[in-house]
Each structure stands twice: as structure tokens, then as C-alpha cells.
Design a protein around this ligand. Sequence first.
Ligand SMILES: C[S@@+](CC[C@H](N)C(=O)[O-])C[C@H]1O[C@@H](n2cnc3c(N)ncnc32)[C@H](O)[C@@H]1O
Length: 191
Amino acid sequence: MSKRNVIGDRMFGRNREVIPDIAFHAMTGVMKLMDLFAKRSTKNFRTLSLKPGQTVVDYGCGPARYVRNASEAVGESGKVIATDIHPLAVKKVKEMIGKHGLRNVEAVLADGYNTSIASGVADVVYALDMFHMIQEPKAFLAELSRLATPEGTIIIEDGHQPRAETVRKITESGILEITEETGSHVKCKKK
Ligand SMILES: C[S@@+](CC[C@H](N)C(=O)[O-])C[C@H]1O[C@@H](n2cnc3c(N)ncnc32)[C@H](O)[C@@H]1O
């Protein structure tokens, strides 16, 4: 861990990537507009290619934009585990579960780079529009890897950082191997 992040941990604890509530609400509003006018999440969701029966982890699920689509895509025999470090995100997922009766969705609050999700359960783990926020890429990628099955796919969207930065962080971690690159994300396997 770098000196800067040791100091960060001392000042803010393990959950220093939690944004203020007001910023979470503002982000939710902007995303709603992007989805309404540009169908951003609908288009992005298709590129995940989720299949019936899969167990998937939506890591850093934010305001749950992908949760309902994922629930439908994996169907009754599949499962969606939506996790985020922000309590408001978990609240959003729970509201969505209640509103739409999503019986195959579970909401999990992350603590630092740890979730209480069992190891090796996910056919697909996707982390969309959030990798740029991560202070300790190696610890984060280790958690994504832990959640995936041995053959599982880990999808990481660039978010607000150039592709070269995404690739560098993944390569330096030594944990994942990039198997495919698309316009907005990279697909990885465990090494
Ligand atoms: C820009 S939002 C994207 C939300 C969602 N993935 C989407 O594309 O609509 C980033 C989310 O990542 C979450 N996040 C940031 N660091 C995290 C961490 N270490 N563990 C889990 N979630 C994290 C934030 O709380 C926020 O909800």
C-alpha cells in the first residue's frame, strides 16, 4: 500500500471511496438523464451478454441501473448480487427488489475491498463506471477475482480513465489476464 493510501486509511477508514450522500443523489440524477435521452445503460447492458442461469455480481452497482435488466437476463434459475460501498446504493437495490418483486436479486454492502459474498460463485463479475474511483487496484481486483468461478468472466469498464490506465492497473496487479477488449470495457479471466 502506498504511503498516501496509508494516510488516507488513517484519516477516513477503510471506506474512503464512499462519496457524500449529496454527490450520490446528484450522480443518480445525471445517470437517469443519460438513460432517458441516450439509453446509455440499455446499450451498455447488452454488451455484458448475460445468460439464463448465471450468477452475476454487479460490483459498484450505484443507483441500480442494471439490476432489473440483469435479473430478467439470468432468470429464475440465476442470481444477481449487487454490491456497493455506499449505503444509499444498497438502499436503491432493496427498493428495486421490493418494487418489482425481484426474487433473484440480493443487495450486499461492501466494506473496503471486502464483501461478504461467498468465494467462487460468479459466472460474471462486472464493475461498470467505477474502476477510476479505486485507490488500491490490486486489492480491488483480488476481490473481483475471489468472487468469480475458475472460468468466470470479469468485466471492467474504463469509466473516467483512458484504456491504457485500465490495462496498466490490471497488468500490474498480476491477478487477472485480459482476454478481450471492447470500446468501453475489458473482459478478463483469473490468472
Ligand atoms: C459512477 S457510479 C457507477 C454505478 C454503476 N456501476 C453504473 O454504471 O451505473 C460508481 C459506484 O461505485 C461505487 N464504489 C466506489 N468504490 C467502491 C468500492 N471500493 N467498492 C464498491 N463500490 C464502490 C460508488 O459508491 C458508486 O456507487
